[in-house]
Design a protein around this ligand. Sequence first.
Ligand SMILES: N[C@@H](CCC(=O)N[C@@H](CS)C(=O)NCC(=O)O)C(=O)O
Length: 216
Amino acid sequence: MPPPPDADLYEYGEATGPAKTLVNKHNEPQPVKLYAGWFCPFGSFHYTPWREVRKMSLVQRFWTVLEEKRIPSQYIEVNPYHKPESLLELNARGLVPPLQYDNKPLYESSVILEFLEDTYPEHGPKLLPADPYSRARARIWIDFVTTRGLELPNEGEGGVDERSWNRWKKWLAAIEEKRIIKETTSENQYYLLIYQRYADNTAQSEKATRAGKGVP
Ligand SMILES: N[C@@H](CCC(=O)N[C@@H](CS)C(=O)NCC(=O)O)C(=O)O
């Protein structure tokens, strides 16, 4: 059988740097298990200089929420390019990050986050606003950014939306400074090995071959 697409993308198979330090604190079995690929970030800050903000979800989204809400969890590294049975049993599409909760599977990072919010109501901070209309608006943006991503224009190239783009940039700068983002981030050189392939459009996996249609 031929190897799965992009099997060789994942040469470096585990978190490094600050993320590794945090992973080491989450080795013990817990009812909440995060099956993660270390490379799957909160936003593609590592795409720079392409300046894309994409995948504001996925592994790092899930992981930062577990940490911010102080929900005891176990981190399990899994390689989505090799799609081991342990991953396919949780998500038949073989994409990370699935959650295993009391031995039951759940997937899709946005769905997982709402599940955690509902299951641990006493654990702040809240992810969604209390007001139903504001929640609905937030969900529109969550879906937009998760499925389509945003490409930030260069300074002065945002046209009539320049002020709105500047707000996104301000938000991005603030997020990058957050302690939990730094603590869940690996060393830059390893991301570059993977994301260069996506940027060059030479990767073959499901996500990479979406032909500009957004993440799966
Ligand atoms: N919509 C899914 C997308 C998950 C996803 O795209 N995961 C990527 C890693 S960031 C993956 O598993 N890629 C492996 C592949 O494309 O085969 C979610 O939000 O959980």
